[in-house]
Design a protein around this ligand. Structure first.
Ligand SMILES: Cc1cc2nc3c(=O)[nH]c(=O)nc-3n(C[C@H](O)[C@H](O)[C@H](O)COP(=O)(O)OP(=O)(O)OC[C@H]3O[C@@H](n4cnc5c(N)ncnc54)[C@H](O)[C@@H]3O)c2cc1C
Ligand code: FES
Length: 363
């Protein structure tokens, strides 16, 4: 008790001091007008200091990927900050590798502008647009997954590569979440998203419970370096799990429209039969595409009889391993939870695929 009491008192004092510093910074500090200089002066804005770089960029219609809405949980909002803006914060550390740490890469949602600040961001961010859209259709795909179709109003066309994502702005809340585009880039006037409900999740609860056909919605995009490579006609293996089927659908749709002759093997893993969807859709494509097979599999099958599930059984990595001995000619496109991506990458490399030809998005 004698030791615990001073520890508790000290912790309380530190907590109160911390709160006072945050409040003072928010309400009392006046950083005046500051310049935000982007890419060696390619763009320059005069801002009233005190907010994050991300918020100034977004209010000037420069849209940086920021799937968590500035909570430092997605790690997507990276840019290099050339001015001295103080040390890297503990919230940023988990997202920065050694090279990024050394070249002053920061999470732009965590760094505040308090004086003239110079930053470097990828040029392609200048191409990201904000789209005013209308919800055109909402289609249930499974017990917890729906497809949302948006018609683009202004601008009315989007240019993207199959595999990339957009951000959905939650009305009133203003926060954004990332969703891979499920439609083909040839359908320039629409964007389809495949969204899985996260119980208690802010955005998905809104989309499933409130969003209706005809509602106006803002999307920004396109974002991301996960997209179909078209330099070769090498065979492709696609692997999707959980809510990761959207970008793979976009890639396969696009290859179908282009009448591609590439060999395509598409694996989709769910836990039980009720998690599997779009099977008939892919079976239809298998009749048109020259060399395409879609292989859905379930991982929890002990109580599943032959009538309820005729497809493959096992973890998606086990199913892939049963299908291939050598993947050295292949390129891989994968999307799903981090653990699936990690295990599948290990397997594909073991089966001979070049690790530079393994592309993925994980979430
Ligand atoms: C590049 C990218 C592409 C994405 N594409 C898709 C897509 O095509 N379809 C899709 O459905 N989602 C996709 N996501 C995930 C999506 O951005 C949201 O994170 C997800 O929909 C949850 O948002 P929310 O606001 O409902 O939940 P939040 O309010 O953000 O989260 C609520 C709680 O749930 C946890 N949580 C968040 N996501 C998950 C999850 N997937 N499973 C379990 N727990 C979770 C959070 O840690 C938090 O504790 C993508 C993410 C990224 C980064
Ligand atoms: S917006 Fe997600 S980490 Fe910055």
């Amino acid at each position: 008790m004698e030791i615990i009491t001073p520890i508790v008192v000290l912790s309380l004092i530190s907590l109160i001091l911390g709160i006072l510093i945050v409040l003072a910074d928010r309400f009392l500090a006046d950083y005046g007008e500051c310049k935000l200089i982007i890419n060696d002066g390619a763009r320059e804005y005069t801002v009233r200091g005190g907010s994050t770089i991300l918020s100034y960029l977004s209010s000037n219609k420069i849209f940086i990927p920021s799937a968590c809405g500035g909570k430092a949980t997605c790690g997507l909002c990276k840019g290099r900050v050339l001015s001295d803006v103080g040390p890297v914060l503990p919230t940023e550390r988990p997202f920065l590798d050694k090279e990024e740490f050394d070249n002053n890469t920061r999470l732009l949602c965590q760094v505040k502008v308090k004086k003239d600040t110079e930053i470097l961001i990828p040029e392609e961010f200048f191409l990201v647009k904000e789209f005013r859209t209308t919800v055109e259709a909402i289609t249930p795909l499974s017990h917890d997954t729906q497809m949302f179709r948006f018609k683009l109003e202004e601008p009315n066309e989007i240019l993207f590569k199959p595999g990339q994502f957009v951000q959905f702005r939650i009305p009133k809340a203003g926060e954004e979440r990332a969703y891979s585009i499920a439609s083909s880039p040839n359908e320039k006037n629409i964007v389809e998203l495949i969204v899985r409900l996260v119980p208690g999740g802010l955005c998905t609860t809104y989309m499933f419970n409130k969003l209706k056909v005809g509602d106006p919605i803002f999307l920004t995009g396109p974002y991301g370096d996960f997209y179909l490579r078209e330099e070769t006609d090498d065979p492709i293996i696609c692997v999707a799990g959980g809510s990761g089927s959207a970008p793979i659908r976009s890639i396969i749709n696009y290859l179908n429209e282009k009448k591609s002759e590439r060999t395509i093997r598409s694996f989709y893993g769910g836990r039980t039969p009720k998690d599997i969807y779009l099977t008939e859709y892919y079976e239809g494509l298998a009749k048109i595409l020259k060399d395409f097979k879609h292989i859905p599999a379930i991982s929890e099958y002990t109580n599943v009889d032959e009538k309820s599930w005729t497809g493959e059984r096992g973890l998606i990595t086990e199913v892939i391993a049963n299908h291939f001995e050598d993947l050295s000619e292949y390129e891989a496109y994968m999307c799903g939870p981090p653990i699936m991506i990690q295990k599948a990458t290990e397997l594909l490399i073991k089966l001979g695929i070049n690790k530079d030809r393994v592309f993925f998005d994980e979430f």
